[in-house]
Design a protein around this ligand. Structure first.
Ligand code: HH2
Length: 267
């Protein structure tokens, strides 16, 4: 039986990112070798990550996506070798990939399309009794950064997530297993991303834990003018935590765990 969400993910919890892809914008190619990916996942948990998010498809701006077969080819060897030893989340919008990961011990499905891509995915999550992350995205990765537009970004993202959560519940996924994510960088300008963190309270009003992934995103480069995004990523994670985020999705686990430990002790 899966634990209540808040027990598995006390606030703050760190989700470490392992992209088993050649082209992810932040760590593309670094973890394409299964042994390297497995070692990275173990290291992240040793450094204090509550869960490791394994992804076999890049969603960076401009990317076209890959087939389920290719995604499975990338992630299954990693999931097999992690063997349920490490708490795993699968970053996918495809039912067959989620099913393969859940069969291999994954506990959370992280769907950047919020159940809009594959009609089978909700049933796969419901049947497995897994946790689910629903993320907001305007448009699709291929075109999403061309001209993002909102009247009121925080209100529109909250309304979208409320609707997607109702859909998930109607498909048999208990609300208590769901977390919500504003989707930093997914069809958003720098100003939109900052406003979403500043007004995180609007998402918290939906009553579910919020996940924020600002780590190494291009808005940080635009703000700082620097290619070294570690300090900027940590600052964004701490700011999101202070506004109520529960899970911080990050590439550099140790510095984030240290920073969030101190921020939590002060709070
Ligand atoms: N960001 C990325 C991928 N998956 N999932 C959630 N829930 N929230 C996010 O903000 C999020 C996500 C993009 O970052 P990254 O994994 O580094 O790159 P890529 O999609 O190119 O693999």
């Amino acid at each position: 039986m899966i634990e209540p969400f808040e027990e598995c993910f006390p606030r703050p919890s760190v989700m470490g990112v392992v992209n088993v892809t050649p082209d992810s914008f932040s760590d593309g190619g670094a973890h394409l070798d299964a042994d390297v990916a497995v070692a990275a996942a173990h290291r992240m948990v040793d450094e204090g990550a509550a869960i490791v998010d394994i992804g076999g498809e890049s969603t960076r701006p401009g990317s076209a996506g890959v087939s389920a077969e290719e995604e499975l080819r990338r992630v299954v060897p990693v999931l097999d070798r992690l063997g349920g030893e490490v708490p795993v989340s699968i970053d996918t919008s495809k039912g067959p990939v989620a099913r393969a990961a859940l069969e291999r011990g994954a506990i959370l499905v992280n769907d950047v399309t919020a159940l809009r891509n594959d009609p089978e995915l909700a049933g796969v999550v419901a049947d497995a009794g897994a946790y689910l992350c629903l993320m907001h995205m305007q448009g699709e990765p291929r075109t999403m950064q061309e001209e993002p537009r909102y009247e009121d970004v925080a209100a529109e993202v909250a309304a979208f997530l409320e609707e997607r959560m109702a859909f998930a519940v109607a498909q048999g996924i208990p609300e208590e297993r769901i977390c919500l994510d504003p989707g930093i960088g997914f069809g958003k300008t720098v100003a939109h991303n900052l406003e979403l963190v500043r007004r995180l309270d609007i998402l918290l009003e939906l009553g579910r834990p919020v996940l924020v992934g600002f780590s190494r995103k291009s808005s940080l480069r635009k703000l700082t003018g620097s290619d070294d995004l570690l300090g900027a990523s940590v600052a964004a994670a701490v700011a999101a935590f202070e506004r109520g985020a529960t899970i911080l999705r990050v590439h550099d686990v140790k510095p984030h765990v240290d920073a969030l430990t101190v921020a939590a002790a002060i709070a």
